[in-house]
Design a protein around this ligand. Structure first.
Ligand code: FES
Length: 323
């Protein structure tokens, strides 16, 4: 994939933990156009890997159809992270980074006639794609309300800009003052509304669970997680057999099936590596999957017949896949 060379034109602290970066092409040319919810994959040289950061728009004059001169990112410093945010937070103005063109795995659905209020929910750094969505919806004159929560008022990054431009369409919550009560919010909603949520995994899980118990159609609940497969306490290695190719592997506790197959020179199909997109679905022939994805339905998970190999593991000592 061709990478963009981006120079850091400006940096500012958007909150005590979130730093905003303004990026431009090193040759001054316009950048690829993007839609609300898009992210770029920034290369992290020290990790020989990339991290995904959403493009944020808080300018009501932003032209969504034109190639922009700048991208803006918000990056939260993760003290417990494995280095991506630390790399970003040590960057200085004038430094050059490499990144992919924008990718959008979290797009807004097309407008519908007689559309009901669209519910945008952001927790902490989850505001970056959600703020862009709010401005895109405002640009399209579609109805929406943005619910934005953080622990404290000073952690509501970009809140001043959002308050200026969104006014009554923005509701802010802080744990120390006005805690966000998701159940109370759901009491005011109906299942034919669309929800877009980005934030901590606990918040996303709670939204999904509330929507499920209140019979919301799955297609009306949209979310994006910026997690990668991380080992859970108690994870054990397991044996993997690929029945078609006859290959066998040991999957250690700290690696995914996709990681191990790639290291062995195999070419497994995957995209998001977060258990969201469904690209890496594989049939299970033997063994019990330990599902950790957000793609399969409860019924599919209960069947034990398919697995997302980018994130899920095995509950049994051995797993046999139809590969
Ligand atoms: S790569 Fe997207 S669900 Fe596995």
């Amino acid at each position: 994939m061709q990478l963009l060379e981006l120079v850091i034109r400006d940096i500012r602290d958007a909150s005590p933990l979130i730093r905003e970066f303004v990026l431009e092409s090193t040759n001054g040319s316009a950048l690829p156009v993007f839609s609300a919810g898009a992210h770029i994959q920034v290369q992290i040289p020290e990790l020989n890997d990339h991290r995904c950061y959403s493009l944020i728009v808080t300018d009501p004059e932003h032209d969504w159809r034109a190639a922009p001169q700048q991208y803006r990112l918000g990056v939260r410093l993760e003290a417990e992270g494995n280095g991506g945010s630390k790399f970003m937070h040590q960057l200085k103005m004038g430094d050059v980074i490499q990144a992919t063109a924008p990718i959008n795995d979290f797009p807004l659905d097309a407008a519908q006639t007689d559309e009901k209020d669209i519910v945008l929910i952001a927790g902490g750094i989850g505001i970056t794609p959600i703020a862009s969505m709010a401005h895109a919806l405002a640009d399209q004159q579609r109805p929406f309300t943005l619910h934005y929560s953080a622990r404290t008022a000073d952690q509501l990054a970009f809140a001043d800009e959002l308050k200026t431009h969104l006014a009554h369409q923005l509701v802010c919550y802080t744990n120390d003052d006005t805690p966000f009560d998701l159940t109370a919010l759901f009491d005011t909603l109906s299942p034919d509304q669309h929800i877009y949520v980005c934030g901590p995994q606990g918040m996303i899980d709670a939204v999904i669970e509330l929507a499920k118990t209140r019979n919301w159609p799955r297609c009306n609940v949209h979310f994006e997680l910026f997690i990668t497969a991380a080992p859970l306490e108690g994870d054990q290695p397991f044996e993997l057999e690929l029945r078609q190719s006859g290959l066998t592997f040991t999957i250690p506790a700290d690696k995914t099936i996709v990681d191990v197959l790639e290291e062995a020179g195999e070419d497994p199909m995957y995209d998001c590596k977060r258990g969201e997109c469904g690209v890496c679905t594989v049939d299970v022939l033997e063994g019990i999957p330990d599902h950790r994805d957000y793609f399969l339905s409860d019924k599919e998970k209960d069947s034990g017949k398919v697995i997302q190999i980018c994130i899920s593991r095995a509950k049994s000592p051995k797993l046999v896949l139809d590969l």
